[in-house]
Design a protein around this ligand. Sequence first.
Ligand code: FMN
Length: 321
Amino acid sequence: MTMLTLHSSPLQGFTDFRFRNAFQKFFGGIDQYIAPYIRLKGNLEIKAANKRDILPENNQALDLVPQIITKDADAFLFVADHIQRLGYKELNWNLGCPYPMVAKRGMGSGLLKSPDTIDEILNRVSSESDICLSIKMRLGYENSQEIFGVLPVLERYPLTNITIHPRIGKQLYKGEVDLETFERCLGQSSHKIFYNGDITSVQRFREMKDRFPGISHWMIGRGLIADPFLPAMIKADNSVYPENRYEVFNTFHDLLFSSYEEALSGPKHLLMKMYSFWEYFIHSFPSSPKGLRKIRKAQSVGAYREAVRQLINKESKWKLD
Ligand SMILES: Cc1cc2nc3c(=O)[nH]c(=O)nc-3n(C[C@H](O)[C@H](O)[C@H](O)COP(=O)(O)O)c2cc1C
């Protein structure tokens, strides 16, 4: 039997090295993390924040694969060289990003309608670099048939794996994942395929595993932030939380808070950042339907801390003072 592996899906603005380290320290269950994408803005220069995010010293306790979004072979080669110098062996190519500002420029899922361009880029990158490549993609941008023009191209290259999130770009995150088309893709590729999309509970994972018994590699994005215990529970094949669930969450939250406090200038930015996490965390607090509003309204660090304290105390037998 092949071993089950779980991969942390990149979420720009969320799964940076501060989140990854805090997550890894308290929850685990993740075999490999994909970093949010690097995008070059016109010239061959990587933004300082992207550089910092993938520095080996900022990612010591975890297995990380950097990601690029581009439609330009020179940019691709430049980033491949940069990460190889840092010791990375693999670069993941984002062919999935749905946001119109990206897709309309022919990047992310916007490139899926152009298999010839994908071919040209892969051709150049694989002949001029020995970096290992993996791909993360959707089914298409306009329609779910686009992927069937791309998979035959990908057959010509020795990719480490292909992750498929079975939605189209136009959908953004709305509607259901298209499992029938995902299944058809499996018959059209000899690559190792990872499944990604809407794994939010152990129950949902089991259903997916039953439906796709041949898949051993799974990528989890939003579900992991909404319930950081999920990967470890999937690995243990049970839905049992540790008894000190909210105590662990609280310590994790404090570490996350202090690492952003160190990085961001001023409480306003810090509270905005934490609020964006709470849009996901709130799923772990079903007893407080109005809890998110209190977090959003908090104007000071003190008010924020009080809102978090109330949420935790309402959910858990374990109490914060
Ligand atoms: C806020 C946000 C940021 C994202 N950033 C990236 C990214 O940088 N690279 C990428 O490949 N996918 C990105 N994604 C897509 C996720 O990695 C993932 O494919 C998608 O959320 C579906 O998986 P999930 O249902 O497990 O979350 C992002 C998604 C969201 C919601």
